[in-house]
Design a protein around this ligand. Structure first.
Ligand SMILES: NC(=O)C[C@H](N)C(=O)O
Length: 334
């Protein structure tokens, strides 16, 4: 029988009605009481790690989760983390960078409706997660509404519907129906040993461009952050007429702040060399994000800056694909 460890961290799945709306409040024991599926032949240990709405999750909490997996790695065959959905994609991406060389599954799940409610998606998500966590497969996965998504590719798209998550720029790994897993593809099994790597630098900011963005905002950002993600438009680029942001990117570059260019378009990624607005900024030492999603970019930037502040090295770390977070050119061309 597979031995699984379920780490509860809060979220809607563990929420109860509080005086000011839904609030995570169930203990690990209470959570397990709601979930009794005798048909699942797994031995589950329930442990509560924290009880937070995922809006209150910080990078320090990702580290706590990664450490808990690493400490218990040899004792269990697979892991399930129950988590709020709002920042679940950030956590699953961060765990993918901090826990490289996984030979066992780490499944992150949650629900849109509390497990204590009559009509809830929590039971299915939990059951599917335990099924998937029993597989002989390595990596971080998000299991939600019958979909298995790579941890670096999960994005919350819907605030209320059960199918809250999509896999962006990568096919689903599998679907799960009535406890049967149907694989679409399988990530390669690693021959590495598990390496816990929690040196994160959280001094990262996401600036979403809109027509009218004031260049002066960069004067503040460069004092506070070591990495700035510019979420630009379409194939990527920054405005250089009227409110000129290009000179500001150069200033940040000169002062050793790493600047990354990404796009507000969820699908297909940036292609900075296509237009003049992109090429002008590409002449500086900017980091390219390819088709990574924002959640993965933020976590990877923090992970890379935790190792080095040398912009060239940060660029190299981020532009290298890890845990299927980034499609290589040949993959996007087919
Ligand atoms: N569905 C949810 O879990 C939303 C909740 N606010 C959370 O992220 O913790």
């Amino acid at each position: 029988m597979k031995r699984l460890l379920l780490l509860a961290t809060g979220g809607t799945i563990a929420s109860i009605e509080g005086e000011e709306g839904l609030v995570p409040g169930l203990s690990a024991k209470e959570l397990s009481n709601y979930f009794k599926d005798a048909t699942l032949s797994v031995d589950v240990t329930y442990q509560i790690l924290m009880n937070r709405d995922s809006t209150n999750m910080q990078p320090e909490h990702w580290i706590q989760m990664a450490e808990a997996i690493s400490e218990n790695y040899d004792q269990y065959d697979g892991f399930v983390i129950t988590h709020g959905t709002d920042t679940l994609g950030y956590t699953s991406a961060a765990l993918s960078y901090m826990l490289q060389g996984l030979q066992k599954p780490v499944v992150v799940t949650g629900s849109q409706v509390p497990i204590s409610f009559k009509k809830t998606d929590a039971i299915k998500n939990l059951s599917d997660s335990l099924v998937f966590a029993s597989e002989n497969i390595g990596g971080v996965f998000v299991v939600f509404d019958g979909r298995v998504i790579m941890g670096t590719r999960a994005v919350k798209m819907r605030t209320k519907s059960y199918d809250a998550f999509e896999s962006i720029n990568l096919p689903y790994v599998a679907s799960i129906k009535e406890k049967n897993i149907n694989y679409y593809w399988k990530p390669e099994t690693t021959k590495q040993e598990l390496k816990l790597d929690t040196s994160l630098c959280s001094d990262v900011f996401v600036l979403k461009l809109h027509p009218g963005t004031k260049p002066e905002i960069f004067d503040i950002l460069k004092k506070l952050y070591k990495g700035v993600i510019i979420e630009s438009y379409g194939n990527g680029g920054v405005p250089f007429e009227e409110r000129n942001l290009l000179t500001k990117v150069k200033e940040l570059n000169d002062e050793g702040v790493a600047v990354l260019i990404s796009t507000q378009c969820l699908e297909e990624g940036e292609d900075l060399l296509l237009y003049e607005v992109g090429r002008k900024v590409a002449q500086y030492n900017v980091v390219l994000s390819g088709d990574m999603n924002k959640e993965a970019i933020v976590a990877k930037f923090m992970w890379a800056l935790g190792k080095t502040t040398d912009v060239k090295q940060v660029k190299q770390l981020i532009e290298t694909s890890i845990a299927y977070d980034l499609s290589t050119t040949w993959e996007t061309e087919v």
